[in-house]
Write a protein that binds this ligand. Structure first.
Ligand SMILES: Cc1cc2nc3c(=O)[nH]c(=O)nc-3n(C[C@H](O)[C@H](O)[C@H](O)COP(=O)(O)OP(=O)(O)OC[C@H]3O[C@@H](n4cnc5c(N)ncnc54)[C@H](O)[C@@H]3O)c2cc1C
Ligand SMILES: *[C@@H]1O[C@H](CO)[C@@H](O)[C@H](O)[C@H]1NC(C)=O
Length: 377
């Protein structure tokens, strides 16, 4: 009998698992990939794509239909929509469809196994850092940011995590001599005190980016002049032409019952096999930023996707799952502009050139074809 595997989320986690399952050409399974965005978005390069004419849209947005059309039509279905609720005891997920023809229709999908790969978004929905809305909306957020950045004389980037550092670095590389670029850090260092912080700060200074420490943003408002006023925790205000927030990751887990979620963080709770906690039947799995364990990261997501694909195959064959393994080394690399970077491998500092070579040169764009032809899985 054909078993249905519903995968929620069509980014690096969900698409990887879809490929891994479909490549086996197992006639006894059907994969339904449900996702908000009709495209696979290489969001790791979004930090550079906000500078106009550096990365073509077509290199970082690829239709998911192109990824799946290589498989027999009866083996899969691509559903563009948002999972809005789930019932793990009746094994159903309700999806609000985003087709133009039926704007407000919903569909209830029944599954044998369910995979949660809906990731996490940034609190400010106008930023293009994630594919957390429709293709049209993310593309327009990207183009809008490009045009505002070109016109701005003063740009403030908030959040001194990897994304904030990379955004400030790209802006500094392009415009450090002609525009004022400011990076706000909530704490007294970059990257929350990680050993890479000082090296990243040093690279940003070379690009004429100014860093303001102990500057936690508590609010922002549009002024009549068109500028944005940013309010800091210490009472200070900053008026800027463009405010780019990289703060506040929110797991896309609203459709999951609270007893499967961390009470504070709202991330999905999983066991060592990446099965969602408190599910009778153990047929719900989760990977990537919606889990954020040990943290939100691409390489961690990729490893988890490979483990879940393997465990699904074992489960379908009536076998026991294997413990999910993380990446062999902990790598933290920040690209800082188009020429340099800062990073570490475990506790070893990596040279700027090494980070540039491994990451900053391309920001991984060369990996996109593998997600389309399936060779990644
Ligand atoms: C600018 C930037 C740079 C980064 N650089 C690095 C790096 O260098 N190294 C590294 O390790 N990590 C990096 N990361 C982190 C990396 O991008 C994430 O770990 C990775 O994208 C997680 O993938 P994911 O599949 O879990 O989900 P996400 O990328 O968060 O995508 C979630 C998917 O689910 C869909 N979705 C959301 N809600 C629903 C719903 N309710 N129903 C249906 N579909 C839904 C979305 O449309 C999207 O397709 C970076 C992140 C950013 C923002
Ligand atoms: C650094 O940026 C400021 C604007 O913030 C500019 O006036 C100055 O000339 C820049 N310095 C260099 C060396 O590019």
């Amino acid at each position: 009998m054909v078993q249905t595997i519903v995968i929620l989320g069509g980014a690096v986690g969900g698409l990887h698992i879809a490929h891994a399952l479909l490549k086996k050409n197992n006639k006894d399974i059907k994969v339904i990939l449900v996702t908000k965005n009709s495209h696979f978005y290489w969001n790791l390069a979004s930090v550079r794509a906000i500078v106009p004419n550096v990365i073509p849209d077509s290199e970082i947005f690829r239709p998911l239909s192109a990824a799946l059309s290589r498989y027999p039509p009866e083996s899969y279905e691509l559903v563009i929509g948002t999972a809005t609720s789930s019932d793990f005891s009746s094994k159903t997920v309700t999806v609000s469809l985003s087709s133009d023809a039926e704007p407000s229709s919903t569909r209830t999908l029944t599954y044998d196994h369910l995979v949660l790969a809906t990731g996490a978004r940034y609190a400010d929905a106008s930023t293009p850092w994630k594919a957390d809305s429709s293709y049209e909306a993310v593309l327009s957020a990207l183009h809008n940011t490009q045009s505002l950045a070109s016109k701005a004389q003063h740009i403030v980037v908030a959040g001194a995590g990897a994304t904030g550092i990379e955004v400030a670095g790209e802006l500094g590389y392009e415009w450090g001599k002609t525009k004022e670029i400011v990076l706000l850090s909530a704490g007294s260092s970059l990257l929350g005190g990680d050993m890479v912080g000082p090296a990243a700060a040093n690279e940003l200074k070379k690009l004429n980016v100014s860093i303001k420490y102990d500057s936690r943003v508590v609010g922002s408002a549009k002024l009549d002049s068109g500028k944005t006023e940013i309010r800091l925790e210490n009472g200070e205000t900053i008026a800027t032409d463009l405010y780019l927030a990289t703060t506040g990751m929110v797991p896309n887990s609203e459709y999951v019952d609270a007893r499967h979620l961390d009470a504070d963080k709202k991330t999905v709770l999983v066991d060592e096999y990446l099965r969602v906690a408190n599910v009778e039947g153990n047929n719900v799995w989760a990977v990537g930023d919606v889990v954020s364990k040990p943290r939100a990261g691409f390489m961690i997501t990729q490893k988890q996707a490979a483990s879940v694909a393997k465990n699904l195959e074992l489960a379908l064959a009536g076998k026991a799952p294997v413990v999910a393994k993380g990446p062999p080394v902990d790598i933290l690399g920040c690209s800082v502009g188009r020429g340099r970077g800062a990073g570490r491998m475990n506790n070893f500092k990596l040279p700027s050139f090494g980070v540039w070579l491994a990451k900053g040169r391309t920001l991984g764009v060369q990996m996109v074809p593998g997600y389309i032809d399936g060779s990644v899985a």
